[in-house]
Design a protein around this ligand. Sequence first.
Ligand code: FES
Length: 199
Amino acid sequence: MAEREDEVAAADRAPGERVSSASDALAPDPARRLLIAGTCALGGAVAAGVIVPAARMLLYPRTARVVVTATEPIDIGAAAAVPADGRAVKLAVVAPTVRDAWTAKTNVPLGAAFVRRDQAGNLVALSSICPHLGCAVALAADEKQFVCPCHDSSFALTGERQAGPAERDLDPLPIEEVGGRLKLTWRQYRIGGSTREPA
Ligand code: FES
């Protein structure tokens, strides 16, 4: 019976017409194959976009610094702004760029520094962060010392501790004059304690 059906089908086929097999029916055509490959590639790209950052975050060393402030000197203004008579001026310290693991921000305020010239005319810079608990230190009304409003610590214009609970002098900051501009290197130390340790 089956042989008879095959004979009839063969008679119906045009000369040269190919006989389709069961495997032909299962095999995807080229367009379908392309669609599958594209879908796989897209899925892989999306998965990589999620997995790679997640793996980086999990494997990132705990001790590594996430927020990175430029360590090079920062321009904080014209050197002419600092009087020659030893009085201190308070100048804002603004980082051109601060990076963390994901983003970079520009013009980020870091704090402030008191800048003055010593008797020899050399520039001296002090952090305005109180080394006791981190309040902002201010220049006293008579401009002869620095005072902290939080717990009444006071410091000489040289930064030397005079009174109050602060255990160390104001933190010095490296500064130099380059081409008439003030270039200051911002440093932060651990709050509290008598020794100066990088924060
Ligand atoms: S924070 Fe300055 S004296 Fe306490």
